[in-house]
Design a binder for this molecule. Structure first.
Ligand SMILES: *Cc1c(COP(=O)(O)O)cnc(C)c1O
Length: 375
């Protein structure tokens, strides 16, 4: 099989992943009156970018099994106004690109790949990020490669690349305070993070970002005013770290695979459903997802025991609560699989800080739960 190589992920850098998406949408000429398809079971950053160009997000359900867009539901939602389809490879698991590419090309609608959870995954021996007209990436905390706050775009279409590049000079460096916050956050994270203090750090981050001391992951949605973020490129310090971080992608991949295999082998409690393998694909998990009917109880136990098990996504548009999703035009009940999956999913860390003892603590907590439940 021919390996299609996508461009360099450090060439076209932006302040965040969503800003890269925004730049792609703008270069495609997408704006008012246009529709952009995206999956429910994602993060707020995606509809934020769509709304920021003035277009409407069309929420497509995820497949009855799995975490990625359902081609059948997408087919039902396509209209003549749909100008792009965003395909997300959730947790690093490749979406069904064969079916999706066929559907999209039949309808003449370009695909943009959301590669924020995957740098080096493949589908049918072809690199994720090389299927669509463009793909975008994120390098903040929780992503495969952490460089601070930042994102980038890879453009596969020769016409589109000219458009993106000509718009690029309109973006500027983030202001000094923002850059300092990012540097502070990056170094504090580097010193403090390991899986056994995940909950403490997460709580502290939320507290400090709600006070404006740290740069939050999410903006308040205001349709009258585009957030400052959308005017910025990636800062130089972040870019340097991104470029040097790209040298250790192989090590990350190896470690992530090792950790995921351990989870698959050791978590044997029948109350958890492991992710399905995808044939002829290389999956590098950004996080390892499990499904369970006991999500909330397990998260409470994990918090109490200082074990890193996370809740994302806990709604179709994380971190909005289900009844807040209408802020970004999501209609409750419109994507039942996404709603159900967000009630059932827990995710386990696979990053380079995860040591054998962290794997054991996670495994013991999860396997231990079975005994209690069966008493
Ligand atoms: C993180 C993330 C984004 C956005 O990245 P930012 O850099 O925070 O803008 C988009 N899509 C998915 C699936 C993500 O996980």
């Amino acid at each position: 099989m021919v390996m299609i190589s996508k461009g360099n992920v450090s060439d076209l850098t932006f302040f965040r992943g969503r800003v890269a998406l925004y730049a792609i949408l703008k270069a495609m000429g997408i704006g008012k009156g246009d529709e952009v398809a995206m999956q429910a079971f994602t993060c707020l950053a995606v509809p934020e970018a769509i709304l920021s160009v003035g277009a409407c997000p069309i929420y497509v359900d995820i497949a009855p099994r799995g975490f990625n867009i359902d081609p059948a539901d997408l087919a039902k939602k396509i209209t003549p106004r749909m100008k792009a389809i965003i395909v997300q490879h959730t947790y690093g698991i490749p979406a069904e690109m064969d079916t999706l590419c066929l559907l999209a090309s039949n309808k003449g609608i370009p695909i943009i790949e959301d590669c924020c959870h995957t740098l080096v995954g493949t589908y049918n021996a072809r690199e994720l990020g090389s299927f669509g007209v463009a793909s975008f990436y994120s390098f903040e905390w929780g992503k495969p490669l952490v460089a601070g706050i930042g994102g980038s775009a890879i453009i596969n279409d020769p016409y589109l690349i000219k458009k993106v590049k000509s718009g690029y000079s309109g973006y500027r460096m983030p202001d000094l305070i923002t850059r300092l916050k990012i540097e502070f956050q990056y170094f504090a994270f580097g010193i403090l993070y390991n899986p056994s203090n995940y909950w403490i750090l997460k709580d502290a981050f939320h507290k400090l970002s709600s006070l404006g001391i740290l740069k939050s992951n999410y903006n308040i949605i205001n349709r009258e005013r585009i957030p400052e973020d959308f005017y910025y490129v990636m800062s130089n310090c972040v870019k340097k770290r991104l470029i040097s971080g790209l040298n250790s992608v192989e090590a990350f991949e190896k470690h992530s695979k090792y950790v995921a295999e351990k989870y698959r082998e050791k978590i044997i409690s029948p109350i958890f459903v492991h992710p399905n393998p995808v044939v002829n694909s290389r999956i590098v998990y950004a996080r390892y997802p499990l499904l369970t009917k006991n999500k909330n109880v397990i998260l409470a136990k994990a918090r109490k025991a200082n074990v890193e098990i996370s809740d994302w996504y806990f709604s179709p548009v994380h971190p909005l609560k289900i009844d807040e999703c209408s802020i970004v035009d999501y209609i409750v009940g419109s994507c039942p699989n996404a709603e159900q999956r967000s009630q059932e999913v827990i995710t386990l860390p696979t990053n380079s800080r995860v040591r054998e003892k962290d794997i054991d603590r996670i495994v013991n907590l999860l396997n231990g739960y079975k005994h209690e439940a069966s008493i």
